[in-house]
Write a protein that binds this ligand. Structure first.
Ligand code: HEM
Length: 427
């Protein structure tokens, strides 16, 4: 067993303010200062070990080692995952529930979602063409909300779509904060919950017919290991766990818009080149831009790493943003360079915007493939299906908030659809 002294420690009593100030760089800054991949500090008056880099991710994502229970601030948990969700489960119960999520991620199913989404883009772009400013973040939230609701099997009326999109957006936006932004998320979340619980009951009661291959059907009729259906409440939580994060992909689309604007040579290559470059571009968007700064876990089974004893129950944060910018893996990590993915070794531990390790054995995001494909759809729409202008605006990224934001939410205007490219998009 290693000595507890082997791990560097932040001096001082509590560093929550430091975290709020340094946000995405909190862990990597301090690791650099301590010349170590891990250090101990205090956040919200609790002792926590922060870790960064590929080796730390291997330790963190070893199956069975960490639980997500009690590992996130409760306000965030309520908005993002909630009680009884797959993220709060461990071991066999987790594996069984995760299987349900993964079964929805077949290539055919994802293809159906991207088709629906491309249709929703085209319909929305026709409205943009009528003039005025288009705030890309909120417009894409609305596109994705409409598309994902249809994909899971719930039809939204024209009037409902905007309101529902705002509800999901507000849950995403409030998750990293305390105070009004968080409360707003909570209020809107209860509205969404009422709607989805009603839908689950209606499916089970035969009052709402959904396709047997749909996600709503899968969640409503999913059986736990003991053969029981999920409670209405938990079923709603899991259906929301498909809807909300799909709407959150709009965050990356906003950043993709910014990247296309700031790197016109990338936009040019995207118009000319085939699928490989589009994939690299999308991956670079997920590597480069900030979204989830880190994830928390609590030790389930004690272990030793690099001379430190991690005791059961210890709270640990794994640095996502810093790992995705680690200069030991990523050459000139603060440059936006899609080509770097041509040479990426595909390690499940060095590129972890949505978690790492194995999808089935651990908590890695089951929506990663959806995220990648929806981003490709967005990039195709932005580069080949339309032309637009990027007017004067504040394009700085506010990294002081989580999730980080382009200050203007990325505004475009003078939108014109490109006829020929629309044809390509429809094939
Ligand atoms: C917007 C892009 C997304 C980001 C940045 C993201 C990020 C994450 C992260 C960081 C985790 C936690 C990983 C961990 O605990 O180790 C996670 C888990 C999860 N995500 Fe995503 N996600 C995204 C999109 C999606 C989508 C599109 C879906 C579903 C359609 C989804 C569904 C889930 C679920 C159900 C979990 C819990 C998995 C588990 O505990 O086993 N996410 N996501």
């Amino acid at each position: 067993m290693g000595s507890v002294m082997s791990i560097p420690r932040d001096k001082g009593y509590d560093h929550t303010l430091g975290l709020l100030k340094e946000t995405y760089h909190f862990i990597s800054n301090r690791c650099r200062r301590h010349a170590s991949d891990m250090f101990e500090t205090r956040l919200m008056f609790r002792k926590v070990i922060c870790m960064t880099g590929e080796e730390a991710a291997k330790v963190f994502y070893r199956p069975g080692r960490f639980t997500r229970k009690g590992a996130m601030p409760p306000t965030t948990l309520r908005l993002l995952q909630d009680k009884g969700s797959v993220q709060t489960l461990d071991g066999e119960a987790h594996r069984h529930r995760k299987e349900m999520f993964m079964s929805l991620m077949t290539p055919e199913s994802i293809e159906r979602l991207t088709q629906i989404t491309a249709d929703a883009w085209r319909a929305r772009a026709a409205r943009w063409e009528r003039g005025g400013e288009v705030v890309l973040l909120s417009e894409v939230q609305e596109i994705l909300c409409r598309a994902v609701c249809r994909w899971v099997g719930l039809e939204l009326s024209e009037e409902d779509a905007d309101g529902r999109a705002r509800e999901f957006a507000s849950m995403i936006d409030g998750a990293g904060s305390v105070g009004p932004r968080n409360w707003m998320g909570m209020v809107r979340r209860s509205r969404t919950e009422r709607w989805i619980r009603g839908a689950i009951d209606a499916i089970r009661g035969g009052r709402l017919a959904v396709d047997e291959a749909s996600a709503a059907h899968a969640v409503a009729w999913h059986r736990e290991l003991d053969g029981e259906l999920l409670s209405t409440k938990v079923a709603a939580v899991e259906l929301i766990n498909l809807l909300r994060p799909t709407v959150a992909v709009a965050q990356y689309v906003m950043f993709a818009g910014l990247a296309l604007h700031e790197h016109p040579e990338c936009a040019e290559r995207l118009r000319r080149n085939g699928d490989d470059y589009r994939e690299w571009f999308v991956q670079e968007v997920r590597r480069f831009y900030p979204f989830f700064p880190f994830v928390g876990g609590r030790v389930r089974e004690a272990f030793d790493w690099r001379g430190h004893h991690f005791e059961e129950g210890a709270w640990v944060l794994l640095d996502f943003h810093g790992t995705n910018h680690d200069p030991r893996v990523w050459d000139e990590p603060n440059q936006f360079r899609p080509e770097r993915f041509a040479a990426w070794n595909q390690s499940p531990y060095n590129f972890i915007p949505q978690g790492g390790g194995d999808y089935y054995e651990g908590h890695r995001c089951p929506g990663e493939w959806i995220t990648i494909e929806l981003l490709k759809t967005a990039v195709e729409q932005l580069t080949s299906a339309m032309q637009y202008r990027v007017p004067e605006q504040d394009l700085r990224i506010n990294m002081k908030r989580m999730p980080a934001m382009v200050r203007s939410r990325f505004v475009i205007d003078s939108v014109r659809r490109v006829g020929a490219a629309v044809e390509i998009g429809q094939k």
